[in-house]
Design a protein around this ligand. Structure first.
Ligand code: KG4
Ligand code: ZN
Length: 343
């Protein structure tokens, strides 16, 4: 059984073909970073337009890379939500049209379920049950995963998601898009201990997060440093920016790690899965690998390119849904706001 996956929830067009017997056959990704760069953030209308021009050529390219004909495809999976309405509509419309033309089912996939199952694309995949830390631009979730489709949310961000905090702080530091990876790069040149950021909500037993205060703390720190500049200096020295980035990243990583450990202890689970864009952060990965050795649990990640948005995770999740008989009718719909708990 082979499933075509289409991801179009934000600023990445991701296409992939996943086979039940042979695994990932091919995948293609187009990132719109350069389109949105001058605006300092994703412009929804421009995102939709880019998906319109890129989706079909990428599907053709993916079929050709996999040497697959469309009649070998058992179903067309697409991101049904959450995400930007217009961007989702493009993927949904194309997926449902192809499914109609090919007389195959269309399968709507929850974007965060896609992220959650991305580590299953690896040879060294985790086994159920596990604890998942889902950290992306829109979500920060701690989920107890019993099996595919059985998800219990243990904690979530009460305000900004971890990726959102990275992006907003990167903007304050004058960094280009995508903010998270640029901030991480700058942080690697920073000196540890120059600044100390708080670890929000770690003094409470709950498994929820709050990251908006860290962004405000970064702003206050930047303003304090700006006041120290002489009249002819307009910008903070690179080293000061790097030291601030380093302290910010350390605070996010530490906070996430503290809550993961707490959730593992509370649930008795021995396997941790990290997924979503912030899961590409090397310091977060290294910290959790060290914690895993120290506290005797196993940790799994998708490869870096499958932490951020991609078609492979949608094709894989779609195949799992198709096998279980979850298919959609052919009416075009999207769910821009769709909590994982409602899945
Ligand atoms: O999962 P994703 O591609 O899209 C959403 O579903 O939101 O995540 C994107 C987020 C952005 O906020 C981006 O800045 C962040 O992941 N990100 C990172 C890194 N790579 C991507 N944050 C910190 N360090 C990174 N290396
Ligand atoms: Zn995502």
């Amino acid at each position: 059984m082979i499933v075509l996956g289409i991801e179009s929830s934000c600023d990445e067009t991701g296409i992939a073909l996943y086979s039940e017997s042979r695994g990932l056959l091919a995948h293609c990704l187009y990132t719109q970073v350069s389109t949105h760069q001058i605006y300092g953030g994703v412009v929804p209308e421009l995102a939709s337009r880019d998906h319109i021009t890129k989706t079909l050529p990428l599907i053709k390219e993916t079929l050709s890379r996999a040497s697959i004909l469309h009649n070998e495809i058992a179903g067309v999976a697409f991101t049904l939500g959450p995400g930007l309405s217009g961007a989702l509509l493009v993927g949904s419309m194309i997926a449902r049209s192809l499914a109609y033309a090919w007389k195959k089912p269309a399968i709507g996939v929850h974007h965060m379920e896609g992220h959650l199952l991305a580590p299953m694309l690896e040879q060294n995949a985790p086994t159920f049950p596990f604890l998942a830390l889902l950290v992306s631009g829109g979500h920060t979730l701690l989920v107890s995963v019993k099996e595919i489709g059985d998800y219990e949310i243990l904690g979530e961000s009460l305000d900004d998601a971890a990726g959102e905090a990275f992006d907003k702080t990167a903007k304050l530091l004058g960094l280009p898009l995508p903010g998270g990876p640029h901030l991480a790069k700058l942080a690697s040149r920073g000196e540890k201990g120059k600044y100390h950021f708080p670890r929000p909500m770690t003094d409470r037993p709950s498994l929820d997060f709050s990251f908006s205060g860290l962004k405000t703390f970064a702003l206050t720190t930047i303003n304090k440093e700006l006041k120290k500049l002489s009249k002819d200096e307009r910008e903070l020295p690179e080293q000061v920016k790097a030291d601030i980035a380093c302290a910010f990243e350390e605070a996010v990583v530490d906070t996430l790690a503290i809550k993961c450990l707490r959730a593992l202890k509370a649930t008795g689970l021995k396997t941790l899965v990290i997924a979503g864009g912030v899961g590409a952060n090397l310091n977060l990965r290294q910290r959790l690998i060290r914690d895993a050795e120290k506290h005797q649990f196993q940790v799994f990640y998708p490869r870096l390119e499958f932490c951020t948005d991609n078609g492979a995770m949608i094709a894989y999740s779609g195949l799992q849904r198709l096998k279980r008989g979850f298919v959609d009718n052919l009416s075009v719909k999207v769910l821009p706001r769709w909590p994982l708990s409602e899945l």
